[in-house]
Each structure stands twice: as structure tokens, then as C-alpha cells.
Ligand binder design. Structure first.
Ligand code: NAD
Length: 417
């Protein structure tokens, strides 16, 4: 979102700058890394159910291809801007690099509130957007996946639309597909599972444990709802959750299976019984040990960072902490597991899905979970070791690893022509 003076692209750039300086990056390489490689903005006309035509704006940004084809989700939201998509594409580059995946970063977005569309309108809008960006996506080029307000059904429509333009079924063009169409077992839960694996593994290094921890989760969607379940399964007490309509709090812990069912039935967490209502702002400042922002960017900023009570923040969302908040929280000894590490489980299993789709050979769910665990832990260990070695926060450590990998690949490839 580019609102109230907050610009996500500036946010992403300001995270890169100090790391580039610390690594002593060549100015030319630095300029390449800060500039998205390719940006496509399209008009997306589609028919409403009453026969009228509506035109919305869509984007696909491919930030960097040094490590391989680009990869990143597609977001449908009324506040999507090109700068937001640029920022998200840059974060995807660092995320793939820190997880050691053979991908660069990309992102897509359409400026629309999909909740105001019927299913038919959503399909027509998705297919037109997919067709408009089909010139630059593809299994060896750029592979979309779900993000905010998109899901397996949206991916199925994109796969089908792309396949129609090629005259053959191309499974590898998207990840996060339905299982019947070649989606990977474990992909739907992957982002949240990665968060849970990393929080469980990293918390003890900072004198904490998920077991018995009081946990608050902002954003009860794909990442946040499943993270709530997995963290509760690990012994955590989920005291508060929220969605776009507001939050709920119970100091003794929310009944998570009942809450899941309630959200499925009612479409919101806010009317859940046995909990008191809290606003989204209050939720972030609630008395808890672990906070999991799983909604949108810039939720914790200079205005509220000083009031956060959690001792550990795991960024399931992309960019939920502003750079100013990072500084304040670091000074207050709050541990932040940064987005490019914490939520990398999603793209790690997307990578597995892509591999399975290309080979037309599919793995068991346990294989997916085991391989996710080993890749996430490898990345988590590397980031903790770097933070220790460099005496820095975990975000800086993750960036040092990621930016160095991409810069090295860029240098090794050399500059065309
Ligand atoms: P989603 O659409 O499934 O869920 C988003 C949730 O956030 C919804 O419940 C929505 O109601 C809620 N929300 C929106 N605005 C809010 C606000 N102001 N306060 C509280 N809640 C609010 O989306 P998702 O896929 O779970 O993505 C959430 C975040 O996780 C995004 O930052 C996304 O980029 C990131 N992420 C997602 C994946 C993935 O695989 N889905 C992977 C990596 C990162």
C-alpha cells in the first residue's frame, strides 16, 4: 500500500542500501540490484455480471534473474500499486536467495477488491489479467503463485489460460495449484509451516520457547490461520487473532479448532464467542510473547514500535515492520525473524511444486514436509550464524547472505552484451 506517506518500494530500497554498503558492492552491481529488471503494467477489462465492462489495473514485476527464472505471488487488493509490487518483487529476490533456491524474484498485483466480485467476475478478471501477462510468464521464465486474496482456484484459471495460449497443458507455469492439477501436497500450509518450524527452532537461541508462549497473530488468512493452528499444536497459547474486520482476544487462549470453523462459516473472526473484541492496532500491542504479523506491509512503525510487548516477532507477512520500527525494536532487544526468512516456507514448497510439475512425478506429503524442514532450518542456521559473526540483527544477517549471493551470481554471469 502506498498510503500516508509510506512507500513500500522506498521501504525495500532502504533495507538494501546499508547492506550494499556493508558488503562494499560495486556501484554498478548495486544499481542493477536496486532496479527491477522488467515491469509490465496492463489494463484489465472484464465483464461484470450485468453486462457492463469494468477496467482495472494489473502489474507484473520481475526484479532480478541472476539466480534463475523469477518467482512470486499475485495479490488482489484495492490498495495495490506499482511501487508495492516492485517492493514485493525485490523481497522475493532476497527470499529465494536466502533459501538457496534457483529463482529470482517477481510479483504481480491487480488493484481490485475481489470480495466485491462474483465467482464468474473473478474468473473473467483473472483470465484477462493472465492473458495480458502471459507474454512474460512461463515455467522457465516467471512462475506466479498465490498471495493476498488469491488461492488455488485463481492459480488453476491462470494455468488454464496460459495453457490455452500454448495449445498444451503447462503445469509448471504456476505453483499453489489444486492438487488434482499437479499442485504439491503441503503447499497450502507451507508458508505457515515454515514460520512454525523457524520459530520453534530459533526461539530457544534467544531464551524463549513456543511451548506455553502467549502468541498473537495479525491476519487470519492463509498464512496466519494455519500458523495459529501449527503454533497451538506446538504448545503455544494463541491469545489474539485478527482479520480485516477487527480482532479478538482471550488471555486464557482461543479455541483454535472452533475458531477455524467459525471463520469458515462466518467469514470473519470478529464475532467469535468467548473472546473480547480488540482493534487491529490494539492487537499488535497486546500482552504476548510472540507476535506473528500475517497481513500487510507497514503495520508496525515508528508510531507503535515502542509499545510492542512481544519479545519475538516472526514476519509471516512481507514488509510488516517499517525500517524505523526495526531500529526501535532492535534497541529494545526484540528479536525479529525477518520476512525473507520467516515466510520462505511458501516459496520453498513452491519450488518443490515446480520441480514436481516439470518432472510430472509427485512426492508424498511427508517428503514435502521433511524437505521443507531441512531447507528452512539450513537457512535459519545460516542467518543465525551470520548474525553472530557480524554482531547484527537477523534481518541484516539474512540480507547479507541474500544480497551477496545475488551479487556474486550477477558478477559471475557478466553483463550482456
Ligand atoms: P490471505 O488473503 O489469505 O490473508 C490475509 C489476511 O489478512 C486476511 O484474513 C485479511 O482479512 C487480513 N487482513 C487484511 N488487512 C488486515 C489488517 N489491516 N489487519 C488485520 N488483518 C488484515 O493472504 P496470505 O496469503 O495469508 O498473505 C498474508 C501475508 O503473508 C502477505 O503479506 C503475503 O505477502 C505473505 N505471504 C504469503 C504467502 C503465501 O504463500 N500465501 C507466502 C509468503 C508470504
Amino acid at each position: 500500500m502506498t498510503t500516508n506517506g509510506y512507500n513500500p518500494y522506498q521501504h525495500a530500497i532502504s533495507q538494501l542500501e546499508p547492506v550494499a554498503a556493508r558488503l562494499g558492492l560495486d556501484p554498478g552491481i548495486h544499481a542493477m540490484l536496486r532496479t527491477p529488471r522488467r515491469e509490465l503494467s496492463v489494463a484489465v477489462p472484464f465483464k461484470r455480471d450485468d453486462g457492463t465492462i469494468e477496467v482495472v489495473r494489473g502489474h507484473r514485476v520481475q526484479h532480478n534473474i541472476a539466480l534463475g527464472p523469477t518467482k512470486g505471488g499475485i495479490r488482489y487488493h484495492q490498495d495495490v500499486t506499482l511501487d508495492e509490487v516492485r517492493a514485493l518483487s525485490m523481497w522475493m529476490t532476497w527470499k529465494c536467495a536466502v533459501a538457496n533456491l534457483p529463482f529470482g524474484g517477481a510479483k504481480g498485483g491487480v488493484t481490485i477488491d475481489p470480495k466485491k466480485l462474483s465467482l464468474g467476475e473473478l474468473e473473467r478478471m483473472t483470465r484477462r489479467y493472465a492473458s495480458e501477462i502471459s507474454a512474460i510468464i512461463g515455467p522457465n521464465q516467471d512462475i506466479p503463485a498465490p498471495d493476498v486474496n488469491t488461492n488455488a482456484q485463481v492459480m488453476a484459471w491462470i494455468m488454464d489460460t496460459y495453457s490455452m495460449t500454448r495449445g498444451t497443458t503447462v503445469r509448471g507455469v504456476v505453483t499453489g495449484k489444486p492438487i488434482d492439477l499437479g499442485g504439491s501436497l503441503g503447499r497450502n500450509e507451507a508458508t505457515a509451516r515454515g514460520v512454525a518450524i523457524l520459530v520453534r527452532h530459533m526461539a530457544p537461541a534467544y531464551g524463549m520457547s513456543v511451548d506455553n508462549a502467549k502468541i498473537a497473530v495479525q491476519g487470519y488468512g492463509n498464512a496466519g490461520a494455519i500458523a495459529s493452528t501449527l503454533l497451538a499444536d506446538l504448545g503455544g497459547t494463541i491469545v489474539a487473532v485478527s482479520d480485516s474486520q477487527g480482532g479478538i482476544y482471550n488471555a486464557k487462549g482461543l479455541d483454535i479448532p472452533a475458531l477455524r470453523e467459525h471463520k469458515r462459516r462466518e467469514g470473519t473472526v470478529t464475532s467469535f464467542p468467548e473472546a473480547e473484541p480488540v482493534s487491529n492496532e490494539e492487537l499488535l500491542e497486546i500482552d504476548c510473547d510472540i507476535l506473528v504479523p500475517a497481513a500487510l506491509e507497514n503495520q508496525i512503525h515508528a508510531g507503535n514500535a515502542g509499545r510492542i510487548k512481544a519479545r519475538l516477532i516472526a514476519e509471516a507477512a512481507n514488509g510488516p515492520l517499517s525500517p524505523e520500527a526495526d531500529k526501535i525494536l532492535f534497541e529494545r532487544d526484540v528479536i525479529v525473524i525477518p520476512d525473507i526468512l520467516a515466510n520462505a516456507g511458501g516459496v520453498i514448497v513452491s519450488y518443490f511444486e515446480w520441480v514436481q510439475s516439470l518432472q510430472e512425478y509427485f512426492w508424498t506429503e511427508q517428503e514435502v514436509i521433511d524437505r521443507l524442514q531441512s531447507k528452512a532450518l539450513e537457512a535459519g542456521e545460516a542467518v543465525m550464524a551470520m548474525a553472530k559473526q557480524e554482531q547484527c540483527d537477523l534481518r541484516t544477517a539474512a540480507y547479507l547472505i541474500a544480497v551477496r549471493r545475488v551479487a556474486t551470481a550477477t558478477t559471475e554471469r557478466g553483463l550482456f552484451p
